[in-house]
Design a protein. Structure first.
Length: 152
């Protein structure tokens, strides 16, 4: 566990255990695909055990609200970190992401951003972090429209 400045017990690093083959056909509800806690980029330490050999998803804070199938289409099988390039203090993001990639054999990075200009910062942070890590990690950028549709 990492010592965090806020000291909040809710920020404790943990893996979320999933029940396999959960059948929601009777209720019509889609189950959560979240595999770990916390998700906020500021709170996830590069040493979190769930990052080892993970497929990393970097999501703009607004993307899951805009895209209805976000859990199924993006979170499933990935470790999620989320951030807002407009409202967050982003100064540590490139170094933190680079540490996550270099220390954990990250298999791939997917970045989900909104079509608004400020979200482009997450794309830039991911590109710079991969370069800084010195690793050749596949990068996919997915743009979500404010209407909830995938743009690419």
């Amino acid at each position: 566990m990492s010592n965090l400045a806020c000291g909040c017990p809710g920020s404790q690093v943990r893996t979320v255990e999933k029940k396999e083959n959960s059948d929601n056909s009777q209720t019509g509800r889609i189950g959560s695909e979240l595999r770990q806690w916390p998700t906020q980029l500021h709170l996830v330490p590069p040493s979190a055990p769930y990052l080892q050999n993970a497929h990393l998803l970097i999501a703009a804070d607004c993307a899951p609200f805009a895209y209805a199938e976000f859990h199924r289409d993006f979170i499933k099988g990935k470790v999620l970190v989320n951030a807002c390039p407009k409202l967050d203090d982003t100064s540590p993001y490139v170094d933190k992401l680079a540490a996550m990639i270099s220390q954990n054999d990250i298999q791939s990075v997917t970045v989900t951003i909104m079509e608004v200009p400020c979200c482009g910062g997450l794309r830039m942070f991911a590109q710079q972090a991969i370069a800084q890590s010195g690793k050749d990690v596949p990068l996919e950028i997915v743009v979500i429209g404010v209407d909830g549709e995938r743009r690419n």
